[in-house]
Design a protein around this ligand. Structure first.
Ligand code: ASP
Length: 407
């Protein structure tokens, strides 16, 4: 008898997505059932992802660093990566703000009298942010899941390993084994993603089904227009001009990772698949294993777009018009906020609070978009991971050229 082949994970996830929509609509009369009995299984899936994310980022960045075996090379590649990430992210917020302002007339002014609005002068203290990147305790970053501190720790340990490498060559192998174990554990968790996606999405639709069709549909549409424009314009230009890959090949090759990101809403969860796609598209393994985990934590163009669009939306719901300096502040804080956002579902919405606060907008406004955050999140995660992969391809190509020049 012919053996039946299991459909690919991305196909399974896609079916889970469709089933979740159908079941969600069926449960709109009894949303409590979906929330009480289905959602917890989605939460288990998310918990597992959160559990593995810290060691995964720690070891994969360290493995990327030690595979270069040269601190200066890490500096050059790290420098190009961070510059690429910062520019594309700032551009992303700007697109979000521009389009949200263009479509502002379509956003409703809600009767929000019960949500008190008091302009505040709170601003992000950059020196504190800087100091907080450096951990004062070895295990605390892991306990708090503080990604920036984990990155700093993994860089330090990675550098130290390179420096002692003459004496202990086997240490490199140890790091790679630890990294492989984390990747494998992540892969096992991801096998559950069709169930996870179903259980997370079904209650959202059961609770918000008809509401999604209301005014929120407009702000969602604006965000999705920006996602598409940013991905098509910025990444196509980047991979074509600096990465030497045609945009069509790029997006085609990225499809499995894109589907995974759309359904899981997690950059970190998409990391293994993203590594595979980026390498197939020509990114070097050593560059990709450094740039992609870093990107899954600090590069969030989709999240930045979402924060720009939602700031304008929330402001107009409260009848507030943003000034130009306020918009510049939003570009700056949203860029920083997206750096501090963990690549897990819903993280961007929490960081939206920081952006709103920076310009004195009412944080309670988040409640207006929270119900459909998942739908924003699916799109923004696609943009986030596509940006990471484009960076891996560009940096690999630039590095190859640099090495060729050196002979
Ligand atoms: N879910 C997003 C990601 O994993 C982060 C966010 O919530 O914006 O990339």
């Amino acid at each position: 008898m012919e053996e039946r082949k299991k459909p690919a994970l991305s196909t399974q996830i896609f079916f889970a997505l469709v089933l979740a929509v159908i079941a969600g609509i069926a449960f709109t009369q009894y949303p409590q059932f979906a929330v009480i009995y289905i959602k917890p299984f989605g939460t288990i899936f998310l918990n597992l992802i959160k559990w593995i994310v810290c060691p995964l980022v720690f070891f994969s960045i360290m493995a990327g660093v030690v595979s270069m075996r040269d601190i200066r090379k890490v500096g050059v590649i790290g420098g190009s990566t961070v510059v690429y990430y910062l520019f594309t992210t700032a551009f992303a917020v700007a697109i979000g703000l521009l389009f949200a302002n263009l479509f502002k007339g379509f956003f409703p002014v809600l009767s929000t009298s019960d949500l008190a609005y008091e302009p505040s002068a709170t601003s992000v203290n950059f020196m504190d942010t800087l100091v907080n990147i450096f951990p004062s305790n070895f295990v605390k970053p892991f306990v708090d899941a503080n990604m920036l501190q984990i990155i700093v720790a993994s860089l330090f340990v990675g550098f130290a390993l390179i420096l002692i490498s003459d004496r202990h060559d086997t240490d490199f192998a140890a790091v790679n084994i630890a990294n492989d174990i984390c990747m494998k554990a992540m892969e096992m968790i991801l096998k559950l993603s069709p169930i996870g996606v179903f259980c997370l999405l079904c209650p959202v639709i059961a609770e918000n089904g008809p509401a999604v069709l209301g005014s929120l549909a407009k702000v969602l549409l604006v965000a999705y227009i920006c996602y598409v424009i940013h991905a098509v314009v910025v990444y196509s230009l980047a991979v074509k001009s600096m990465g030497g890959v045609s945009p069509v090949t790029f997006f085609k090759g990225m499809m499995p990772a894109i589907i995974m990101a759309f359904s899981s809403a997690s950059s970190v969860g998409t990391l293994p698949l993203n590594l595979e796609c980026a390498e197939k598209l020509g990114a070097d393994k050593e560059v990709a294993s450094f740039v992609l985990p870093l990107g899954a934590t600090i590069n969030m163009d989709g999240t930045a777009i979402y924060q720009g669009v939602c700031s304008v939306f929330i402001a107009s719901c409260f009848g507030i018009s943003l000034t130009f300096p306020q918009m510049l502040t939003i570009v700056l804080t949203a860029t920083l906020a997206s750096i501090g956002t963990a690549g897990v579902p819903g993280a961007g919405m929490i960081m939206l609070a920081m952006v709103l606060e920076s310009v004195g907008l009412p944080v309670e406004g988040i409640a207006l978009v929270a119900g459909v955050d998942r739908i924003f999140d699916m799109g923004r995660t696609v943009v986030n991971i596509t940006g990471d992969a484009s960076c891996a391809i560009v940096v690999s190509n630039l590095q190859r050229k640099r090495e060729k020049r050196k002979g």
